[in-house]
Design a protein around this ligand. Structure first.
Ligand SMILES: C[S@@+](CC[C@H](N)C(=O)[O-])C[C@H]1O[C@@H](n2cnc3c(N)ncnc32)[C@H](O)[C@@H]1O
Length: 314
């Protein structure tokens, strides 16, 4: 699985300001597990929440007390975004990731509740082991949830079906699913998109609704609701439209180019000719002149990882 790892952590922790709080997430540079790194889509996700929480569906008065489950939480960044807006969050992952996730949750919870005066809307966040498809673990977290969230959990074909089945098992008729991820393989992306469109009403968050700094053409955010049983389609469509309009999403599949997709997988040979990579390449061209901010530096690291992906040093 190591070859899928594009965000190799070179530091043992990252600091991210979210809703006025300095959150600190430990990573494990020595671990080969994907969950011990903070992935860029999780930052795009929390910064999107931050930008859209003043009014509409993501404001604390609407989210207070909502039950949220994060799947494949890794270091727990996305879950913290929801907890800071008042939700009761269960951050879940595989057993190998749970100790680091627990440390990140405990450390940031105590920072928020003890050190900051600005924690009035903070809900709660706890950790549970959940391997997708494990029925006992699914029952133990007591579904259904109001929100199911996940960032960068779509990256391998064999995980699509267990992830979908887990989302179904955790959902009730009113559950909203929020997903964010970076497109790395067009074929996995297309399969996932077909699967989601068959089962959910899918809305794509337009770039204009994301934080102006924390976005990238290859990172997308989705807001979804389960498709209703036949007969109640009108009500359901109305509900999702109403929810999605509060953040003005794009409906339907994005045009291929919007989606960053050309027909090829994104590999090291096509990466710099791909439109999605253009922004990274422009960034690289500015390098001698510009001082990079933290996000730009991350994105350049990601580009370098892609380009070096198949380079074998003998
Ligand atoms: C690329 S990482 C993303 C981590 C985190 N969400 C982020 O955005 O920083 C993918 C995550 O999915 C989790 N994952 C992969 N397969 C899983 C499975 N079968 N059950 C539960 N979690 C899984 C991994 O442990 C890892 O934490």
């Amino acid at each position: 699985m190591e070859h899928d790892r594009l965000n190799s952590p070179s530091t043992s922790s990252i600091t991210l300001e979210v809703l006025g709080h300095q959150l600190q997430f430990s990573q494990d540079p020595n671990s080969k597990h994907l969950g011990t790194t903070v992935w860029d889509a999780s930052m795009v996700f929390v910064k999107f929440l931050e930008k859209n929480c003043r009014k509409g569906r993501f404001c604390p008065s609407k989210l207070k007390g909502k039950r949220v489950i994060e799947l494949g939480a890794g270091c727990g960044v996305a879950g913290f975004g929801m907890a800071l807006l008042g939700c009761e969050v269960v951050a879940t992952d595989q057993i190998e990731v749970v100790p680091l996730l627990m440390r990140n949750v405990e450390r940031n919870t105590s920072r928020i509740t003890q050190m900051d005066t600005n924690s009035v809307s903070f809900g709660s966040i706890k950790v549970a082991e959940l391997d997708w498809g494990n029925q006992d673990q699914i029952r133990a977290v007591e579904p259904p949830f109001d929100y199911i969230i996940g960032t960068d959990v779509v990256y391998a074909e064999h995980l699509l079906e267990p992830l979908l089945q887990t989302v179904f098992a955790l959902s009730g008729p009113k559950t909203t699913i929020l997903m964010g991820y970076e497109i790395r393989s067009t074929s996995v992306h297309e399969q996932m998109h077909d699967m989601w469109k068959r089962n959910f009403e899918v809305k794509i968050v337009p770039k204009a609704k994301m934080d102006s700094k924390y976005q990238h053409p290859s990172i997308q955010l989705y807001i979804m609701g389960l498709k209703p049983p036949a007969g109640s389609i009108e009500n359901m469509t109305r509900r999702i439209d109403q929810q999605a309009n509060e953040v003005e999403t794009d409906s339907e599949t994005p045009k291929e180019d919007d989606n960053g997709g050309n027909s090829k997988d994104m590999n090291d040979t096509d990466y710099c000719s791909n439109e999605k990579a253009q922004e990274d390449c422009e960034l690289a061209m500015r390098l001698p002149k510009a001082k990079l901010n933290d996000w730009e530096a991350r994105r350049l690291g990601s580009m370098a990882a892609r380009l070096l992906r198949d380079v074998k040093i003998s």
